[in-house]
Design a protein around this ligand. Structure first.
Ligand code: N01
Length: 494
């Protein structure tokens, strides 16, 4: 598809967020002037990109799917990456969203023209204008690779878990894995049997609890097909359980030791070597960093052909990785499972607001927004999965659907009232963030004694949503025009 010269609503990114929003808009306005530009060659976002062995969702799929597109076809209670990607492609086709997507089209720059009240958007496939821009580019989409001295001299192969090199065969190789987060725990057990030796570099041990995963039986699937209300009830009960967990994390309550007991028992069951168990025992409160779910990660680290190094990293030589106590570990391949850069999203460098500054310059290393969705100084810009919308207990899809409702309502207000531009007031944004930061004070993420990527360069937790997800939903149910300055084309300010 070629780019039009102008579009009313331009969504950047065709992952769970952007496609969910487009589907929601098209549900009520099938003729809506909405377009998605996508830098990849297909829809699916993170579930298109992350293809590492064992890649699966660590949130139950009954919740990690669109409320408007239930599926009875999941293989397991925790779906695998290929089927999630297939699901997203099917939703794109079924809802008509796919025909609104321009692939291989990367956002390069977008600037707001305050006089004309319009965005001019430069992409890798040409320039267009848009009344409204929605950045649905994901918080966990840009791989982070540590700046290790000597890395450029390494003679073997390197890649990041999010850009897995499927052409490279790890069989019989000595492999280093850097990082022990949610991605590593999924792929390390998958690659360990093939590798000659695996060396896993751990900076901080994580709390790991069992993943209560199971295959969905044929009769369950047919029940869901025949009686969708049953599936809805299952979704509701999973949601309620997760909300209860959210309350525990949000208030760092006395229930957390129960989770720690579960995790410690899991560690004892899976790891025989007491010294290895000691290395794998975290020294912070469970939940402070994302709890990891795995039935085979700890057991894999106890294999004779797997070594856990917890000494820190000093650098890389042409033949291997040197740890902080000076030991060189000779390896053929280094796999970075070192996560992403959520507090420095590249899209923030591409978006230029009313005063000519980019969103990244405006944030200056410490992102904040109103309701995780709008930013003062950036009219007609909506963010999805923006600051303080990440969760430690439930499904991000729930948060994204809440934002979709809010944005769709704002678009309806624009459509019905002739308003051409909205900009959240600085005061509303400031008040909102003061409250969020104050609520975060009591949470396990702030009190739990760990450092994590939830913190930005200013030391603010600009990533986590502090409380129950229903509270987020209820405040985004309707577009609250009163907290915005609005203008019409003829008479500029109201
Ligand atoms: O990344 P991470 P991930 N030197 O940031 C270590 C989502 N996700 O790709 O803990 C040495 O969790 C770092 O150490 P430390 C999920 O939201 C979802 O695994 O910072 N080590 C850590 O061990 C998740 O939270 C699913 O001390 C370094 C690891 O690398 C997010 O993606 C599945 C280092 C990074 O862990 C990211 O997960 C998978 C350095 N310089 C992931 N820098 C679902 O199923 C970092 N590390 C939904």
């Amino acid at each position: 598809m070629n780019l039009p010269q102008h579009v009313h609503t331009l969504i950047v990114g065709a992952g769970f967020a952007g496609m969910g929003l487009a589907a929601r808009i098209l549900q009520t306005q099938p003729q809506a002037d909405v377009l998605i530009i996508e830098r990849g060659d297909d829809v699916g976002g993170t579930w298109r990109d992350n293809t590492y062995p064992g890649c699966a969702c660590d949130v139950p799929t009954s919740l990690y799917s669109y409320s408007f597109a239930p599926s009875a076809d999941w293989s397991h209670t925790f779906a695998r990456q290929p089927e999630i990607h297939r699901y997203l492609k099917k939703v794109a086709a079924d809802t008509g969203v796919r025909s609104r997507v321009v692939t291989d089209c990367e956002l390069q720059e977008a600037h707001w023209d305050d006089d004309e009240a319009i965005w001019t958007v430069r992409t890798s496939r040409g320039t267009l204008t848009a009344d409204v821009v929605v950045a649905a580019t994901g918080a966990l989409s840009t791989p982070s690779v540590p700046d290790m001295p000597g890395l450029e001299m390494f003679g073997g192969t390197t890649f990041h878990s999010a850009t897995w090199n499927h052409d490279h065969d790890l069989a019989g190789e000595r492999v280093a894995v850097i990082g022990t987060g949610a991605s590593a725990v999924q792929f390390v057990p998958e690659i360990a049997p093939a590798a000659e030796h695996l060396t896993v570099f751990q900076r901080t041990p994580a709390w790991v609890i069992p993943r209560l995963d199971r295959e969905l039986s044929g009769s369950e699937k047919s029940l869901y097909r025949r009686l969708p209300l049953v599936q809805k009830a299952v979704r509701g009960s999973v949601y309620s359980f997760r909300e209860a967990l959210g309350g525990v994390l949000a208030h760092a309550t006395g229930l957390l030791p129960v989770f720690e007991m579960v995790a410690k028992a899991h560690l004892r069951r899976q790891v025989r070597d007491p010294e290895l168990r000691r290395k794998l025992t975290p020294n912070f409160t469970i939940g402070c960093k994302r709890m990891l779910l795995s039935n085979d990660w700890l057991r894999t680290l106890d294999r004779p052909d797997v070594t856990l190094v917890d000494a820190g990293l000093a650098g890389v030589t042409p033949e291997g990785v040197v740890d902080a106590v000076g030991n060189e570990h000779k390896v053929d391949t280094i796999i970075f499972a070192t996560g992403f850069t959520p507090t420095e999203p590249p899209v923030a460098h591409a978006l230029r607001g009313a005063n000519g500054r980019t969103l990244a310059e405006h944030w200056d290393g410490s992102p904040s927004a109103y309701k995780g969705t709008t930013v003062a100084g950036f009219p007609n810009l909506f963010l999805m999965y923006g600051p303080n919308t990440n969760l430690g207990h439930s499904s991000i899809v729930y948060m994204l659907e809440s934002q979709s409702a809010y944005i769709a309502d704002a678009l309806n207000v624009m459509h019905d009232s002739g308003i051409t531009a909205f900009e959240v007031t600085e005061e509303a944004q400031r008040r909102y963030n003061t409250r969020i930061q104050s609520e975060l004070q009591t949470t396990v993420w702030n009190k739990g004694g760990c450092s994590s990527w939830y913190y930005d360069s200013e030391g603010r937790n600009s990533v986590q949503w502090p409380t129950f997800t229903w509270k987020f939903r209820s405040q985004l149910q309707r577009f609250d025009q009163g907290n915005y300055v609005s203008r019409r084309r003829a008479a500029k300010e109201t």
